[in-house]
Design a protein around this ligand. Sequence first.
Ligand SMILES: [Zn+2]
Ligand SMILES: [Zn+2]
Length: 414
Amino acid sequence: MTTMPPTGDGTEPAPADPVVAEPPSENPNATIDTANQRLDDGLNRCPRCGATDIQLRPSAGMLVCLFCRHEWAEARLDESVPATDVATLTGTVIGTGAADIAADVDVVITLKCGGCGAEVVVNTNEQMGARCHWCRHVLTINEQIPNGAVPDAVLPFTVTHDQAVATINRFAGKRRRFAHRAFLRDFKPENIVGVYLPYLVVDANASVDVGGVGEVQTRRYTEGSGDDKETYYDADIYAVERHIDFTADNLTIEASAERANQDTSVNTNNIINTILPFDTENAVQWNASYLTGFTSEKRDQNVVHVTPELEHQLLSIARAQVVPSVEAYDRGVRWEREGLQVHGARWLAMYLPVWLYSYYHEERGKGMVHYIAVNGRTGEVMGSVPVATQRLVLTALAVGTVVEALVIALLGLS
Ligand SMILES: [Zn+2]
Ligand SMILES: [Zn+2]
């Protein structure tokens, strides 16, 4: 057995020392101010008539004043925030909305109504605005003090409630045959809720080194005969090293610990990940009016908490990029070392739109939350429907019988 590389000058580079991932930065090296300067906490007025009854019109992706019907949109984030060249990005850069969540930030915020002076309470776990119960003005939380409460950007719903209901109807309809009767009985797709879920969206510039052993087959032969026949092969074995420098744009990472909980024995959260991706490049500058009529979920994960997930995603990208360069090793490469260096990362906090139909199903004393989720931009749908196991077994038996009958028919023909 020889050890010569298949191509090149005869030497692969010497194995590098394993590179250890950099510890996450406790303090960002720079921040990008993404605050919407036009807005303050409190009354968010129509630029034409000054009314505060403003809502998103999903079919147009625009804000609409319910009083004068004026329509407008906030600037796209890539227009309002200075562009970052990902290729030369160094250190950790974060948007003001992606700042660490201050421990003392109150979930319940009291706003003083600019219309009548009353104090109105907003529970920011679910809403980013409320109507003054005295003068009917709508009060919204817009101020982006860097405490992690208000994200850098929002990606508005473009899939309407009606479209989402139709999508969920189709999804459940296809699974009707196996669905649990209790689910079918209670199924009310019009009860879907539009929810803005918190994500951290990151651009990164990284290097990955991988090292291992690759084999190229030189001969293949069999020895012996009959039951003792064995196949052997000869291969050249090479030390293989690869180094990749690359950038990744718009990686989308869950920023709610509860959503990121992938314990499938109690929930079906992993569904949300299957309706990715979102066109986060079309996210707009924060304006709480985009959330009127929708619920929202507060971010509870900081950049430092989700940095391991970023590293995981970057390594996956790198592994995929290496594959074409090692095709010459026809017996494969066994990777033994990998190291990642994140040179720079830019983090922005965003609210992304999801239509959710949730259903709590209990069977034999065990409860489970099922979801059907529709991507609020693309209409992509995924979900879980509680299954009636008896109906599944019966169907399987019926299919089995048909197969058997076919086999008998075929045998009869021969
Ligand atoms: Zn107006
Ligand atoms: Zn008021």
